[in-house]
Design a protein around this ligand. Structure first.
Ligand SMILES: Cc1ncc(COP(=O)(O)O)c(C=O)c1O
Length: 382
């Protein structure tokens, strides 16, 4: 199975526009998360091409240091198994009945988000003569997949009657754990605890893996740690929101750079790029950078984004095209063909972060990272 496009290389090496992923930073971020949440287990969330960092390399590097892997869809789980990853893998998203046998054959843990789905899993496991490993999904306030907290007992009771299912876990997901106001998160947590009290009330053992904490909760809600935490964005060294308390220190693992491909001087009354949205009022030096929205550098950032060239932050001008964009060096700025251009990352004492791009694109860093197209080669720094 192939989920990613092959990396594009040119005759003499990798495309000058590329992403570098620092594997040491990933490991250090994981270690910092573990220090904060120990003795809980850690499920690394590596869905969506490991938040753009490259799922196969991230999985190979981190699998030996993690207890569980979380992905969104069946295909991501199968890909990891075909790579030889033997770590337990939970598919977090919703599933269809016809997919169930593939889960069981590949030893992937299923999310049971309704009584009907749980019973379908039980029947499929029986006919395959295997036990299906299942985590029950409780909706405590996200209103996405999962059985509502107020009817969770129907799922918990149904699980007791499923003889071919091993209920290894029970979990829920926060809608607002990265907010300044944690009242909704506390409400969700109280609802989840109430759901868990079912086991004590009926003198039943609780499933061994109770889990709820995404990055926001790891940072702000230690009482939501339970048996396992599920960090995504924090693992990659990015904080989930501006207002979240930074109680774990992490370093961005991804940087994104390119090279100047063209230099020219542009005069007043000579607007730049499609739609002629920007022009200079004096002669200025501009450079073309071979990156565009086809690489995941959002067009919405046009006339707002900045890049670093020769250690100086300079402004992108005119509309960002599919494959190219123009940067204004100013009347006296320096920069020329072949210069390195930092889109995300550090140069000299300057830094541009995924959060900066998110602000310019009016989105969140998650969307910036997961949209860096597979046309952009990933290089891994050990
Ligand atoms: C169910 C679930 N758990 C954990 C995560 C990780 O979230 P974060 O990247 O905010 O840590 C996600 C991501 O969306 C998710 O859907």
């Amino acid at each position: 199975m192939q989920l990613n496009q092959p990396t594009i290389t040119s005759g003499n090496g990798v495309r000058p526009t590329h992403v570098e992923v620092n594997l040491d930073h990933l490991c250090a971020n994981l270690k910092a998360i573990k220090e904060k949440t120990s003795p809980a287990k850690v499920m690394i969330v590596i869905k969506a091409n490991a938040y753009g960092h490259g799922m196969d390399a991230v999985a190979r590097h981190l699998a030996p240091h993690t207890d569980y892997i979380g992905v969104a869809v069946l295909e991501e789980g199968i890909l990891l198994r075909e790579m030889g990853i033997r770590t337990p893998i939970l598919v977090l998203g919703g599933i269809w009945e016809e997919q169930i046998p593939d889960f069981i054959k590949h030893d992937l843990t299923l999310t049971a988000s309704s009584v009907e789905r749980l019973q379908q899993i039980d029947r499929a496991a029986e006919s395959l003569r295997k036990k299906a490993i299942v985590h029950l999904k409780i909706d405590t306030g996200m209103e996405r997949i999962g059985v509502h907290y107020y009817s969770a007992h129907t799922l918990q009771e149904a699980a007791l009657g499923c003889k071919h299912v091993d209920v290894e876990g029970i979990y829920s997901h926060f809608a607002n754990s990265d907010a300044d106001d944690l009242s909704h998160a506390h409400l969700q947590l109280a609802r989840f605890n109430e759901v868990l009290s079912f086991y004590e009330k009926h003198s039943l053992p609780t499933p061994p893996l109770k889990h709820m904490a995404n990055s926001g909760a790891i940072l702000q809600l230690p009482e939501a740690t339970f048996d396992m935490v599920r960090p995504g964005i924090l693992l990659y060294g990015v904080y989930p929101s501006d207002e979240v308390k930074r109680t774990v220190s992490v370093t961005p693992a991804l940087s994104w750079s390119s090279k100047v491909v063209y230099f020219k001087v542009t005069k007043p009354d000579h607007p730049v790029s499609y739609g002629s949205t920007w022009q200079s009022d004096e002669n200025v030096r501009v450079v073309t950078v071979p990156v565009g929205y086809g690489d995941g550098y959002f067009r919405a950032m046009s006339n707002k984004a900045q890049v670093i060239i020769r250690g100086v932050k300079v402004s992108q001008v005119g509309r960002i095209c599919m494959d190219q964009m123009v940067v204004n060096l100013g009347a006296d700025g320096t920069g020329y063909n072949g210069d390195e251009v930092i889109l995300i990352g550090k140069q000299a004492d300057q830094q541009i972060t995924a959060e900066d791009l998110a602000r310019w694109a009016d989105t969140i860093p998650y969307e910036i990272l997961t949209n860096i197209n597979t046309r952009v080669p990933r290089i891994y720094i050990p």
